[in-house]
Design a binder for this molecule. Structure first.
Ligand SMILES: Cc1ncc(COP(=O)(O)OP(=O)(O)O)c(N)n1
Ligand SMILES: Cc1ncsc1CCOP(=O)(O)O
Ligand SMILES: [Mg+2]
Length: 209
């Protein structure tokens, strides 16, 4: 059977989060270091700016055959012909996305409550984001901290691909994979690194341990 979610290291990037280099450089270096999926998450831009950045990022990612996922904005995702979109419980729903965008190939949905796992919305997604695993300064409007036990619990309840996000780094990546996550998603561990390629390589090594 073909693995429909082969990704292990997922970069969630915004221009604002990139402290030492331009975000396009960070993305390219991260891919060279081992990132195999990238989400553009611009929370404070106009749709026009978001779209422009997405086109620029996609041009780079296409060279490496790394899929681009767009955070929240279906219009931008379809316009730039991204591979997919990531949404949470306050966003357009996965079922609505599939109705509007029939050939979306990678649809992500955040899990913030165990009750969501049984829902049609979760089952409609291609992967579930465990959000957040640990408390993080990057996203503070969260309602839970799943921890390792939460990752293991979710793993015991679903066979869907699981992406762990929230304060993920090279020190905790291996144990989160061990607890049942398929893939690790990071913002700061790569975007705030002086050497994004090296940071990605270290994370990837931990994931593949
Ligand atoms: C891989 C991944 N997982 C979870 C999230 C969080 O999505 P959401 O709950 O919609 O919050 P915002 O990112 O929109 O603030 C994510 N973006 N990516
Ligand atoms: C987008 C998102 N969703 C849940 S936590 C988070 C931010 C993760 O950022 P960091 O990797 O810097 O903790
Ligand atoms: Mg969202």
């Amino acid at each position: 059977m073909v693995n429909s979610f082969p990704y292990r290291l997922y970069l969630v990037i915004s221009e604002e989060a990139c402290l030492h280099h331009h975000f396009l450089k960070v993305a390219e270096q991260a891919v060279k270091g081992g990132v195999d999926l990238v989400q553009l998450r611009e929370k404070n831009t106009t749709t026009e700016e978001f779209q422009q950045k997405a086109f620029q990022l996609k041009e780079i990612l296409d060279r490496y055959q790394v899929p681009l996922i767009i955070n929240d904005n279906l219009e931008v995702a379809q316009k730039v012909e991204a591979s997919g979109i990531h949404v949470g419980t306050s966003d357009i729903s996965p079922t609505q996305i599939r109705k509007t965008w029939q050939d979306v190939s990678c649809l992500g949905y955040s899990i913030e409550d165990l009750k969501q796992l049984d829902s049609l919305e979760s089952k409609t997604a291609d992967y579930l984001g465990i959000s957040p695993v640990f408390k993080t300064e990057t996203k503070t409007d969260t309602i839970i901290e799943w921890g390792l036990s939460g990752v293991a619990k979710i793993r015991s309840l679903t066979h869907q691909p699981l992406v762990a996000i929230g304060h993920m780094n090279a020190k905790n990546a291996a144990e989160v994979i061990q607890a049942g996550a398929n893939c690790i998603a990071v913002v700061s561990a790569i975007c705030a690194a002086k050497d994004p390629a090296k940071a990605a390589e270290q994370l990837r090594n931990e994931i593949e341990k």
